[in-house]
Design a protein around this ligand. Structure first.
Ligand SMILES: *[C@@H]1O[C@H](CO)[C@@H](O)[C@H](O)[C@H]1NC(C)=O
Ligand SMILES: *[C@@H]1O[C@H](CO)[C@@H](O)[C@H](O)[C@H]1NC(C)=O
Ligand SMILES: *[C@@H]1O[C@H](CO)[C@@H](O)[C@H](O)[C@H]1NC(C)=O
Ligand SMILES: *[C@@H]1O[C@H](CO)[C@@H](O)[C@H](O)[C@H]1NC(C)=O
Ligand SMILES: *[C@@H]1O[C@H](CO)[C@@H](O)[C@H](O)[C@H]1NC(C)=O
Ligand SMILES: *[C@@H]1O[C@H](CO)[C@@H](O)[C@H](O)[C@H]1NC(C)=O
Ligand SMILES: *[C@@H]1O[C@H](CO)[C@@H](O)[C@H](O)[C@H]1NC(C)=O
Length: 664
């Protein structure tokens, strides 16, 4: 019974050593708490200040977790901060993913082993430029659901999820021998319209129930009175977030209005900023980040650098802002560690600042990984989406008079093909319209296999099409990522309102939910070889080719020292689409819009034991066609390009100041 002995021992010793009150409990017990009398944290009774950096395990392959964490430690950080994206772990109601790249417990353990503390942000809403701010799309099955509120169906789903995730986190709390020192509840709730204190009270109760009374729970809001008043709650320690432009004194005075005593904390100090397709890549100068970091630390404040390592929105995980603008695949964020984990100038500049305030570990910093230019890989057309429907949608279509949304056909990500027939002859150009901006988010339109053009949310709502009565009208609709911030996070995908042809509502739809992942991953053998057919219908003068899959491969011969290495894939002449290598969904490419031109390819998905298979789903216009002998190719290069010049003019673009202020 060491427990009993330990208690007797500590009771005997405590008065002699004149320990602080917390030590009376158990001399060997670990504690992490707020010292309200001296405006600081106490860790095991000792004054403590964290200098933390954000890294999201969902944006870095597990293969590289240790490398990135070690680099963060060597920068002098004593803590890391991560979000837990609910939708990453519960893709379908009640079906959970916690292994491999989803193994959040292992990630936290790894940080622990490297001597890093962890600031956990388990949501349930996280924003994060992540699809729907981390909320699972299936919540939208109840059409009237009010997210982030006391809506009973929302709370029931949250309750169930917290009952899964928080018990996993409990043994990892600092008090229980793990690295988690503090836990954030919700995220920037003061910026959301609902303003429902009962929801926050519900969360507080559940967090306490699962995590106990000892852990420090906190909230984070933009450093303005308005946000803190709406986002804070008695019992949750209020912290602020701000970037380089802010008046630090004023920002912390704002926190002081909510928390007159206790540590000053900037939970998100921005090292860079997010991107959108079609807008210039965001950067923040290293010296500005450095001087603001210096000032924050000189204030005696705790700080988390958001992001320290941004990473990648692989597959379909990017979010979007409104008026609709999707974030690209790269989440480089202009952070001190690049998307590929490389040490940047900002890394070393910030390390020097940290060194002025605390000891920074001695010894070698893990170097940036080598990158390899594997060169050009020829691709051939495998099949159009239309020709591959039996592989992409083996169960066949859902029939409906009017269009159904993605959620209504239980498709959460990727693509759905909507098919009907033309009720009338359109021998002259006839307007196909989504009068209520109801194409979420982009539709690639064809009639009898002839591409007609594109409808785009907040962009193009009408398109003139041509075809005979009875011809097949196909719209391949792409979900480009759900809105992650603001009122419109309840972002349904697909055709969310009726389409009209020359003002009459189109009816009689066959709706094909496409399981692209299964088709390119497990069922490649079923594709029946290349589509050798001559696509005679496609006009070579057209700006569009039918959405189609292209395939190619490249070998990395074994025995070449140090191969495979990381690389970047670029898309000369390609327009927009999705790319997989060996079945791993790398994300979206859109060089026609930029600013991102290359996608990061981590080496662990490459192999020397067989040819590496590249599959491209080009949605808009391939650089080659069947009646054109020049092959299509992608190219593997050794440098990323994520900041190409962009010329695209979004029809309705919010002012950049309001983006920065997080107010729109
Ligand atoms: C004191 O803390 C140690 C380490 O956390 C634990 O093993 C022991 O059971 C605790 N004793 C009591 C009496 O709480
Ligand atoms: C989304 O939620 C907002 C606020 O709760 C509501 O006003 C709006 O009607 C909802 N939109 C959709 C498409 O359900
Ligand atoms: C920063 O804010 C403080 C407190 O509100 C104020 O006194 C000071 O003038 C501000 N500094 C600048 C440069 O605006
Ligand atoms: C569209 O409808 C109008 C009025 O109903 C009709 O006059 C016109 O011919 C139609 N256009 C086409 C291309 O069918
Ligand atoms: C489509 O139009 C029909 C008939 O007007 C209407 O009942 C239905 O609600 C509409 N569907 C959508 C998704 O707007
Ligand atoms: C192709 O696009 C260009 C530039 O946007 C436009 O001027 C041209 O009319 C388009 N051609 C066709 C056949 O749609
Ligand atoms: C790989 O590509 C080469 C050249 O395009 C082709 O000859 C070969 O059949 C392909 N191999 C596989 C396994 O797809």
């Amino acid at each position: 019974m060491p427990g009993v002995l330990g208690r007797i021992f500590s009771l005997l010793l405590a008065p002699l050593l004149l320990c602080s009150a917390s030590d009376l409990r158990n001399a060997s017990q670990k504690t992490f708490e707020i010292d309200y009398s001296r405006d600081r944290f106490l860790k095991d009774g000792q004054p403590f200040r964290y200098i933390s950096g954000s890294i999201h395990y969902s944006r870095v392959p597990r293969f590289y977790w240790k490398d990135r964490l070690l680099k963060m430690k060597m920068a002098g950080l004593n803590a890391i901060q991560t979000y837990v994206p609910w939708n990453f772990h519960e893709p379908q109601p009640g079906k959970y993913q916690f292994t491999e790249d989803h193994d959040v417990e292992y990630f936290i353990q790894l940080a622990h082993e490297l001597g890093l503390l962890v600031i956990l942000r388990p949501g349930p809403y996280i924003c994060a430029e992540w699809d729907m701010g981390g909320l699972p799309a299936w919540l939208l099955e109840k059409e009237s659901i009010v997210l982030r509120s006391s809506d009973p169906d929302y709370l029931a789903a949250v309750e169930k999820w917290l009952g899964v995730i928080l018990p996993k986190m409990k043994p990892l709390l600092y008090q229980n021998g793990g690295p988690i020192i503090t836990v954030q509840v919700e995220n920037e709730y003061g910026s959301y319209t609902t303003c429902d204190p009962n929801y926050m009270r519900f969360l507080l109760k559940r967090f306490r129930y699962y995590l106990g009374d000892d852990v420090v729970l906190f909230t984070t809001d933009g450093a303005q009175d308005y946000f803190l008043q709406r986002g804070g709650l008695q019992g949750l320690y209020a912290t602020v977030d701000f970037g380089t432009g802010a008046n630090i004194t004023a920002a912390f005075l704002t926190q002081r209005k909510s928390e007159p005593k206790g540590p000053l904390i900037n939970s998100e100090f921005y090292t860079g900023w997010l991107d959108h397709w079609g807008e210039p890549h965001s950067t923040v100068k290293a010296e500005d980040v450095a001087s603001t970091l210096y000032d924050i630390l000189a204030h005696g404040a705790n700080v988390n650098l958001y992001m320290f390592m941004g990473g990648t929105n692989f597959a379909y995980w990017n979010g979007a802002n409104t008026p609709y603008a999707a974030q690209p695949t790269s989440y480089d964020y202009d952070a001190p560690l690049s998307e590929a984990g490389d040490l940047t100038e900002k890394y070393f500049v910030l390390r020097k600042v940290i060194q002025k305030f605390k000891e920074v570990p001695e010894g070698p910093i893990p170097p940036s990984t080598p990158k390899f230019a594997y060169g050009k890989v020829a691709l051939k057309k495998l099949k159009t989406v239309e020709a591959a429907l039996d592989i992409l949608c083996p169960a066949g279509p859902v029939k409906s008079i009017y269009p159904l949304t993605f959620i209504q056909v239980k498709q959460y990500f990727g693509f759905v093909l909507y098919r009907t027939t033309l009720p009338q002859d359109c021998s002259s150009p006839t307007p196909l319209s989504s009068s209520r901006n109801g194409v979420h988010d982009r539709a690639y339109v064809s009639v009898d296999g002839v591409p007609q053009g594109i409808l785009e949310r907040n962009g193009v709502n009408t398109l003139n099409i041509m075809g005979k009565a009875g011809a097949t009208l196909d719209l391949l609709v792409e979900n480009m990522g759900r809105v992650n911030y603001g009122r419109f996070i309840n972002d349904s995908k697909g055709l969310i309102s009726n389409l009209t042809l020359n003002s009459s509502i189109l009816t009689g739809w066959a709706i094909f939910p496409l399981d692209t992942e299964d088709a390119v991953h497990s069922r490649l053998g079923d594709w029946g070889g290349l589509d050798g057919s001559f696509d005679g219908k496609a006009h070579s003068s057209s700006n569009y080719t039918l959405p189609a899959f292209y395939v190619g491969n490249f070998s990395i011969f074994s025995g070449i020292p140090d191969l495979p290495q990381d690389t970047f894939i670029q898309f000369p002449g390609w327009t927009k689409g999705q790319v997989w290598i060996n079945g791993f969904n790398l994300g979206r490419y859109w060089p026609a819009r930029g600013p991102q031109m290359t996608l990061f390819v981590p080496r662990h998905i490459l192999t020397t034991s067989a040819p590496n298979t590249v599959i491209v789903l080009e949605l808009e216009h391939a650089p080659c066609s069947d009646n054109d002998p020049k092959p299509c190719a992608v190219e593997f290069v050794d440098r990323p390009v994520i900041s190409a010049a962009v010329t695209y003019n979004r029809p309705s673009k919010p002012g950049s100041r309001s983006w920065l202020g997080h107010v729109w």
